[in-house]
Design a protein. Structure first.
Length: 238
């Protein structure tokens, strides 16, 4: 109806402007370090979880205790690196933010304007109708997302899970006494609650990314309507 399908399909390939040409070698290195840090943290956590499950059916020795401690430290440090290195670099970069700001803004406008012009074949009525449905989709997604959860919370939950797992192992001093309580002990319940927190956080992060995807489509429709209004005003004046 009102060529809604065609408009949505037209927007499907439109992506936000990404200033690749302004990403320096140092920034690429930092992004790689952050990505690998997060991946390594996740791997260490999975190994730690497997170790905790193994210890449910086996008596851990001193080597297992130190291995679990090392995995916990590596998981925590890797997650902290993934979180704070990009933020620290961004803070440093603030002092020189004006250098390429105007040029980057103009390039972004050109990029979005080219995407918005793809909708020039549709009427104002059709664009308004498409705008209504895209806005409705965004609202439905945001209703399902709690402001408490997000990407940083997911990382913090990962650290908390690692801590809960090492505590569930009993720690270097009283591993056997703590571990004998099993997953239905206080420590086990804490681990399960933290796992639930991680799952909810990752789910909320995905919903936020989906909402952001549709927000850009909505912005393009509004830009197309704005361009159409300018053309109409110029035609009336002439």
């Amino acid at each position: 109806m009102y060529r809604l399908n065609q408009i949505i399909r037209e927007l499907e390939g439109c992506e936000p402007y990404k200033p690749f040409r302004f990403i320096t070698r140092r920034e690429r290195i930092i992004n790689i370090i952050s990505a690998w840090g997060l991946a390594f943290s996740g791997i260490c956590f999975l190994l730690l979880l497997m170790l905790a499950l193994w210890c449910q059916y086996n008596t851990p020795g001193l080597k297992v205790i130190w291995l679990a401690t090392a995995l916990y430290l590596l998981c925590t440090l890797s997650a902290l690196v993934a979180m704070f290195i990009p933020s620290l670099y961004g803070l440093i970069k603030i002092f020189g933010w004006k250098k390429d700001a105007i040029t980057e803004l103009l390039l972004e406008i050109d990029h979005d304007e080219a995407n918005a012009k793809k909708l020039s074949y549709y009427s104002k009525l059709e664009l308004d109708y498409a705008k209504h449905w895209v806005q409705l989709k965004i609202n439905r997604l945001l209703v399902r997302v709690s402001n408490v959860f997000g990407d940083k919370t997911a990382l913090m939950a990962l650290i908390g899970l690692a801590y809960g797992a090492i505590k569930g192992l009993g720690g270097p001093n009283n591993l056997l006494a703590m571990f004998s309580k099993g997953f239905y002990s206080v420590e086990g319940i804490v681990i399960q609650v933290l796992a639930l927190l991680l799952g909810v956080s990752l789910g909320a992060l995905m919903l936020k990314k989906m909402a952001g995807y549709y927000v850009y489509k909505l912005e393009l429709i509004e830009a197309a309507l704005k361009i159409e209004a300018i053309k109409s005003e110029e035609g009336a004046q002439s």
